[in-house]
Structure formats: structure tokens, C-alpha cells
Design a protein around this ligand. Structure first.
Ligand SMILES: NC(=O)c1ccc[n+]([C@@H]2O[C@H](COP(=O)([O-])OP(=O)(O)OC[C@H]3O[C@@H](n4cnc5c(N)ncnc54)[C@H](OP(=O)(O)O)[C@@H]3O)[C@@H](O)[C@H]2O)c1
Length: 341
């Protein structure tokens, strides 16, 4: 893993600061629920939909009559979110089905989730997948059941593994009017390692005790840089069929939003919340990726920023999208998750 395709270029600190500032003071959203199409007969998957941005995305899709499969860890939290949304939107003709047990901290649980999704979907077409579930503040020692760094496993290995079970359901010549995947990233990728965002010698910190790892900002940033690569690499891996059926795969930084994400990060985050936006704005960013008619298959790999615009990611990571780094990261993740699919 330590032989890079080309040395990572440097990046402008001024551009970096400008992008960090933009995250707190973004342009107003231009693509909001009034612009969304009616989604009757369409099916979407949203992971981590019991709270935060995922719950907002689920609600906005449901309001447009979408059938949504909500993926959660805990059945009771999922049911509570579903009941809330259904009660608040009695006019919707959509459906919400909760699939629980999806805890990315233990990869061995994911195949069963894949099977349940297949059962729920039946013969219906699958139109949208939003890989929204994510972890920023590990509340254990920061290591997964498999012994990997917790944020990389939750934010990167888990979604890529789940996508393996979704691929055969999604990559079909059925309802090709809408085929989207959104890999939820973050502006925190700007804080990732300066070697294309990834600590190539040991991305999962398998060989480092928690106390010897870099701080959580850098580790979270690494996982979110990987999400940017996943959007592009998934498309490259499936390019022929994607072009045939019109799939778009993008990454998305939803914004700096008041959600449960910052639980566990203490007083500094409590203060930062004064600069943050309501969680629904994050859903506007995600649903720009899922629904905007301006996005085409050849836009795959684009990095969406708040609240529905396309910017470049950090310069080295932008280069990594086209010089083989994204595929290298994808293949590294494959090597770790292959025992589970
Ligand atoms: N909020 C922000 O400012 C911000 C900024 C940039 C990017 N993002 C990204 O946006 C996405 C949503 O974040 P949010 O702000 O809505 O956070 P949130 O309120 O904390 O919600 C996170 C969701 O992910 C789920 N999750 C956490 N750990 C998981 C695991 N091990 N396996 C499966 N699901 C897990 C949570 O389930 P439980 O409720 O069961 O824990 C919850 O449903 C994340 O990918 C995050 O990185 C957020």
C-alpha cells in the first residue's frame, strides 16, 4: 500500500481556508423541494435515516411520494423516525420500510442487511442510494469489531460492503429515468493526510494503538476523502453499465449542520453549533445529488458542496480522482471487505 502512483502535489492553503469558510457561509440552496420531481413509483435507500441529515432526506423523499427503504442500526430508533415522518406527512402516497441491524462497526452483520433489502425491494426498480450513515465521534476506544479504526470502517468499509449487495439490485436496465448514488463526504476531507488524503502505509491503523493515532479530525478527514474516491471509483468499476442505464455516482459534503454527529466532541463543538445550519439544509445538498436533472453519468465523481453546488475537492484529492489513486483506494477497501461478500 505504500507505493503511490505519483507523489501527491501540494495544495494552496488559501484555497483550503476559502473552502472551510465556504462551508460555514455557503450560497443559498437553488434546488429545493419545490424543484423536486414527483417520485411516485420510485424507490430510494437512505442509510442512517433515524436522525440528523438522513432523517431529513428520508422525509423530503417521502413527501414526494417515494418508497424509501431506511437502513438503521436499531429497529426501535428507525420505527420512531418512520412514525414521526408518516404522522407529519399524511398526504404522502409513498412508503417507508425500515431495515435494521446495519451496524458498520461489525462487517459480519452487513450480508444479512443486504438480504433484507433484496426481500423488501422484490421486483421493484431501485432508483436512489444515499450512503449517509457516518461516524465522527467514536464513543468507544475508536476501534471496530474487526480491529480497524472506527471512522474508516463505519464511513468507508461499511458503505462499500453494503453497495456490493445493492449492485445487483441497482445496476439493472429497469427504471433508467433516475439512477443515482450519493456517497456522503465532508469538508473535513480538507484536514486529511497530505498524501492524497490517505495514510497509505496503514489506512486502518491496524498496527497502532488508539493513543498513537493522529487526532480525530485527521482520521475523520481521511475517511471523508475516501468517500470522494468511492464515488468516482464505483463509477469507473461499473462504467459500461452505468453509461448504458444512466447511473450517476457523486460525493456530497452536506454542510456544517446541527445534528447528533458532534456528540462526544465536547465544549468546542457546542460553541461551533452557533455557526451551523439546520439539518434540513444537509438534505438539500444530498438531494441535489440524488435528484438534480443537471447531473449526467459523465459527472460521476463530482464533489457536491452545500447546499447543492459542485466544487473541486482539495487539489491532491482532485488529482487522485483521475490518476489511479481512487481505484487504488477502492481496491484496498475490497481487500478488507471481500471476506464478507
Ligand atoms: N452534521 C454535519 O455538520 C456534517 C458535516 C459534513 C458531513 N456530514 C456527514 O453527513 C452524514 C450524516 O451525518 P449527521 O450529521 O446526520 O450525523 P448523525 O445525526 O450523527 O447521524 C448519523 C447516522 O449514522 C448512523 N451511524 C453512526 N454510526 C453507525 C454505524 N457504526 N453503523 C451504521 N450506522 C451508523 C447513526 O445511527 P445511530 O443513531 O444508531 O447512531 C445515524 O443514523 C455523515 O456521513 C456525516 O459524516 C455531516
Amino acid at each position: 500500500m505504500n507505493t503511490l502512483i505519483a507523489p501527491a502535489p501540494g495544495y494552496s492553503k488559501i484555497t483550503l481556508l476559502r473552502e472551510i469558510y465556504y462551508g460555514f457561509r455557503p450560497n443559498k440552496p437553488n434546488f429545493t423541494p419545490d424543484d423536486y420531481p414527483d417520485l411516485t413509483g420510485k424507490t430510494a435507500i437512505v442509510t442512517g435515516c433515524n436522525t440528523g441529515i438522513g432523517k431529513h432526506s428520508l422525509e423530503l423523499l417521502y413527501q414526494k411520494n417515494c418508497n424509501v427503504i431506511g437502513i438503521v442500526r436499531s429497529q426501535s430508533k428507525g420505527d420512531e423516525a418512520r412514525d414521526d415522518i408518516v404522522n407529519n406527512n399524511p398526504e404522502s402516497k409513498g412508503t417507508i420500510t425500515i431495515v435494521s441491524g446495519c451496524d458498520y462497526m461489525d462487517l459480519s452483520k452487513i450480508p444479512a442487511v443486504g438480504l433484507k433489502i433484496k426481500e423488501v425491494l422484490g421486483t421493484k426498480a431501485l432508483n436512489i442510494i444515499i450512503h449517509n450513515a457516518g461516524l465522527m465521534a467514536p464513543n468507544n476506544e475508536g476501534t471496530s469489531f474487526q480491529g480497524y479504526e472506527a471512522m474508516f470502517q463505519t464511513n468507508v468499509l461499511g458503505p462499500q460492503l453494503l453497495q456490493h449487495f445493492i449492485d445487483p439490485l441497482f445496476l439493472k436496465n429497469d427504471d433508467t429515468s433516475l439512477k443515482r448514488i450519493v456517497w456522503v463526504s465532508s469538508g473535513a476531507h480538507l484536514l486529511a493526510f497530505n498524501t492524497y488524503g490517505i495514510n497509505w502505509e496503514d489506512p486502518l491503523f491496524e498496527n497502532s494503538p488508539t493513543k498513537e493515532r493522529p487526532n480525530n479530525n485527521v482520521l475523520y478527514g481521511q475517511s471523508k476523502a475516501a468517500n470522494i474516491y468511492q464515488a468516482k471509483a464505483w463509477y469507473e468499476e461499473n462504467k459500461n453499465i452505468c453509461e448504458e442505464i444512466g447511473c450517476v455516482s457523486v460525493s456530497c459534503y452536506p454542510g456544517n449542520l446541527k445534528t447528533d454527529l458532534q456528540r462526544g466532541w465536547g465544549f468546542s463543538m457546542t460553541l461551533a453549533k452557533y455557526l451551523m445550519w439546520d439539518g434540513v439544509y444537509g438534505a438539500y445538498s444530498e438531494l441535489y445529488g440524488a435528484l438534480s436533472p443537471t447531473l449526467k453519468p459523465q459527472d460521476s465523481g463530482a464533489y457536491i458542496v452545500p447546499f447543492g453546488e459542485i466544487h473541486d475537492p482539495r487539489e491532491d484529492i482532485k488529482l487522485g480522482l483521475t490518476n489511479g489513486v481512487a481505484i487504488k483506494l477502492w481496491e484496498f477497501v475490497e481487500s478488507k471487505i471481500s471476506p464478507y461478500f
